[in-house]
Ligand binder design. Structure first.
Ligand SMILES: O=C(O)CCC(=O)C(=O)O
Ligand SMILES: [Fe+2]
Length: 362
């Protein structure tokens, strides 16, 4: 059984690049009721919007690691298919059925942009939605390798969804929200934007290395990421978007990288954070290897309200005179993913509901 341990077969992450200092939280300790671990999770969500979750020593965690290894193998087979085979799953109604034009099943290299000048990305990915996997929506046309691995995708999706539930239950407790305030917005059996995505970044030419995936924040609730090579970078909360401030997220054996999306910021009126991140070429000797990444994006069910959560004395009140639009999670995802535009990469200004959309990820 393949395991998510390719750390051993790739060049090591270098020691001379700037690395984000992120909490590493033990899933086993968290599940076991360790208060300090739960406090560390809350601090990480308030300060960084990112943390590492050590999945080792936990039965479900170990299974996720093993399934992540198998999904990387699926990615290797899938992305070796000819371009037109992969493009078949962009067609066949995928655009209209699977949300909107940015939630493509397959995104070819160069379709998104990494900056306001329109520089093409250097990343290809394939995503499959929870609703498709669980039969809540149409089963979209997919290459045979994907259809033959639906059980694996489903197991990985549901296990990551249950990690999301665990994280949300700890946040509910720290935010002193009524039990279920967050978790009940994320049921498996209602339509939502949840998806599993496999991403591939080919090594870049030595003379021409640059950002491969646009700086962005995730839009949803909780994302789990599985990386082997470096290349993911985060802009620490509160830092200006200038080159010197970006930090690598160093992948660690046995760990998922967890980050919060913008929905958490919205519900908590800014108390919880979602950090800007991007992908660049892998650092040091890793730059010559293909970079694989695997993600689970957790979202609230489509009809959830995106308003600041009521019933907590920890969540800051709205500023006097603020009127909140009562948007659903479905509209939130649509508006956020189709209408934010990069005017100036230094500020990464977001314009909601104006102008032509610039394709970005998620
Ligand atoms: O490839 C990665 O490590 C990050 C991908 C990512 O941030 C995303 O797809 O939202
Ligand atoms: Fe992301």
């Amino acid at each position: 059984m393949p395991h998510f341990t390719e750390f051993n077969t790739n060049p090591p992450f270098p020691t001379d690049v700037p690395v984000a200092k992120l909490e590493c939280i033990s899933l086993a300790q968290l599940r076991g009721g360790n208060e300090a671990e739960s406090d560390a999770l809350f601090d990480a969500c308030k300060n960084d919007g990112f943390f590492l979750l050590d999945l080792r020593g936990d039965e479900q965690g170990e299974k996720i690691l093993s399934d992540a290894g198998s999904l990387f193998d699926v990615g290797r087979t899938l992305f070796d298919f000819p371009y037109d085979v992969k493009m078949q799953c962009v067609m066949g109604g995928a655009r209209s059925v699977f949300g909107h034009n940015l939630n493509l099943s397959y995104k070819a290299v160069g379709l998104s942009k990494v900056d306001a000048e329109g520089t093409p990305d250097r990343c290809e990915f394939y995503g499959i939605s929870k609703d498709d996997l669980l039969g809540l929506s149409a089963h979209l046309p997919a290459p045979a390798i994907i259809d033959s691995k639906r059980d694996l995708f489903t197991a990985f999706l549901t296990a990551n969804h249950s990690l999301e539930q665990l994280v949300l239950s700890h946040l509910e407790k720290h935010l002193r929200l009524p039990a279920g305030a967050l978790t009940s917005l994320h049921p498996l059996d209602r339509l939502s934007g949840d998806q599993v995505r496999i991403l591939k970044y080919d090594p870049q030419p030595r003379q021409d290395r640059r950002t491969s995936l646009v700086p962005h924040t995730d839009f949803g609730s909780v994302t789990s990421l599985f990386n082997i090579l470096g290349g993911l970078q985060v802009l620490p909360i509160g830092r200006q978007n200038v080159e010197a401030n970006w930090r690598y997220v160093r992948p660690r054996t046995g760990c998922a990288i967890i980050n919060l999306g913008d929905s958490m910021v919205k519900w908590s009126n800014g108390l919880l954070k979602s950090a800007m991140h991007r992908v660049t070429y892998a650092p040091g000797k890793q730059a010559d290897a293909t970079r694989w990444s695997l993600a689970y994006f957790g979202h609230a069910h489509n009809k959830s309200s995106m308003k600041r959560m009521e019933g907590s004395d920890v969540i800051p009140p709205l500023e006097d005179g603020t009127l909140e639009e009562d948007m659903t999670a479905e509209d939130w995802l649509y508006v956020r993913s189709t209408s934010y535009k990069q005017k100036d990469m230094k500020e990464f200004e977001r314009v909601v509901g104006k102008d032509e959309p610039v394709p970005v990820v998620e």
